[in-house]
Design a protein. Structure first.
Length: 469
């Protein structure tokens, strides 16, 4: 189930950041700003006084979880040179300092999709972070997160850091958060997980590069190391019934780049007819459609000649070409995410079923599929009868085999027009992919309902009926 409130840590959890306050250039640039307002420092002098003042401020309280306010330090640095800075100048100084010390700053890719899903559930989002507001408010705006939260709690504003109960307690009391209906998500067991446990709140520990050594004594109710959307949705109680129960996939040009094995085998077959293509690349048009149709369409073969060409093709493809495939980046992750969200992947390819099975086995993709449908092998005997060759026939066969009487429960994914047309002829929605061998114009003209550039875009379409990435 979804929670009523979601509380997030910031740095290392939502935001990937790297800073270095030892950089000489940082202190020289900050010193120049101070000097421009009448407070003369060298870079080394400024660094020494900054560190000394931070220590002085920290020593004002015995509590080890006391959090200083860096605005006070930046202000005192001016005052030590007999300059009375305005609040605006103090903010300007803090932002310049932070910018000059930051080497990397960016959102983790899962953040915005997860936030959208939380909002769709009608839940609230809060930030609870050990951070200086003079730095963080600027960075939230830069990252487009200024308006993302229903409430923001930063340690410099509260004067105390996680895991102090005063910090989490302040947020809970201010916004009326019920700990039993809230989830704390963070990448630090000793601050984030411990803060949640102190209030009987569920915690989601997200292990990232800055998480530190794992402490079994602080095991969270939910933990994740290999972050992906489907796992996060599940752990956060954000799984919804998917829009589509089945996703049908084409094989060549959709799941795998099979160009090397196919085009070399086509070239071998054409050579048998005295045809020598100038380049292997021009044979990519054979990838996807039924081979008989392609030989007839592109080289003017008769049906009988095309059948013979297919036989020659299979002489070498069966021995070598069928094993020469590369799984597209992101496909394994997509299939795993679909399965974990209750969606059943189905193979629907114009490649003969026997060869399709070899490809799935040799690439390690077979375990993801609930069913695999391919064309019938159109050998010389088989050509005398009606065969399952065209994509619409393969799709119809898969639907019938799975007992799917409502095609609207299934989605077809492919890279060529025959995938899209085959889906439409069977009453299915379709997704055209641009990382295969078809182009946008071909897919749009065929009537694709969606067109995507990356495999993981298919996940949001399958789950929600729209591309949210």
């Amino acid at each position: 189930m979804a929670y009523a409130d979601y509380i997030f840590d910031l740095y290392g959890t939502l935001v990937d950041i790297l800073t270095d306050e030892s950089l000489p250039a940082l202190w020289e640039e900050t010193a120049r700003l101070y000097a421009s307002h009448g407070a003369d420092y060298t870079g080394e002098e400024l660094r020494a006084r900054y560190l000394a003042l931070c220590s002085e401020e920290q020593a004002r309280e015995a509590d080890p979880l006391f959090e200083i306010e860096l605005r006070t330090v930046f202000r005192r640095l001016y005052e030590e040179k007999a300059v009375r800075p305005s609040a605006a100048l103090v903010e300007e100084t803090a932002v310049l300092f932070r910018r000059a010390s930051t080497l990397r700053l960016g959102l983790y890719p899962w953040v915005k999709p997860v936030f959208r899903r939380i909002r769709e559930e009608g839940a609230r989002i809060f930030l609870l972070s050990n951070a200086q507001s003079c730095f963080t408010l600027y960075e939230l705006e830069k990252l487009g997160l200024s308006e993302a939260f229903d409430g923001i709690a930063l340690s410099s504003d509260y004067g105390v850091k996680k895991p102090s109960p005063r910090f989490m307690g302040g947020l809970v009391e201010r916004y009326g958060i019920d700990p039993a209906a809230a989830l704390m998500t963070g990448n630090d067991q000793h601050t984030d997980v411990a803060s949640a446990k102190a209030f009987g709140m569920d915690a989601l520990y997200v292990k990232t590069a800055t998480s530190g050594k794992y402490d079994p004594a602080l095991k969270a109710e939910k933990e994740i190391a290999d972050v992906d959307l489907s796992k996060l949705y599940t752990l956060m109680g954000l799984i919804k019934k998917p829009k589509y129960e089945y996703v049908f996939f084409d094989l060549d040009g959709t799941l795998v780049d099979s160009s090397d094995g196919i085009t070399s085998s086509v070239e071998y077959a054409l050579n048998k007819f005295g045809i020598y293509p100038e380049t292997r690349a021009e044979l990519n048009k054979f990838i996807g459609p039924p081979l008989v149709d392609s030989f007839m369409r592109f080289y003017g073969f008769s049906e009988e000649q095309a059948g013979e060409a297919v036989d020659f093709y299979r002489e070498t493809y069966r021995a070598e070409g069928v094993y020469r495939n590369r799984v597209y980046d992101g496909i394994r992750e997509l299939l795993a995410a679909l399965v974990s969200n209750g969606v059943k992947p189905v193979l629907a390819t114009s490649k003969p079923e026997v060869f399709a099975g070899i490809v799935l086995d040799s690439t390690g993709l077979k375990p993801y599929f609930a069913f695999a449908a391919g064309a019938e092998l159109d050998d010389k005997e088989g050509r005398k009868r009606r065969l399952r060759l065209k994509k619409e026939d393969v799709i119809a066969y898969a639907l019938d085999s799975l007992g799917i009487t409502e095609p609207g429960r299934a989605l077809m994914v492919g890279d060529r027009l025959h995938d899209i047309v085959g889906a439409r002829m069977n009453g299915m929605d379709s997704v055209g992919v641009l990382f295969g061998f078809g182009g946008r114009e071909e897919l749009e003209n065929a009537g694709a309902d969606h067109i995507v550039k990356e495999p993981m875009e298919i996940l949001s379409i399958a789950l929600e009926g729209k591309n949210t990435l």
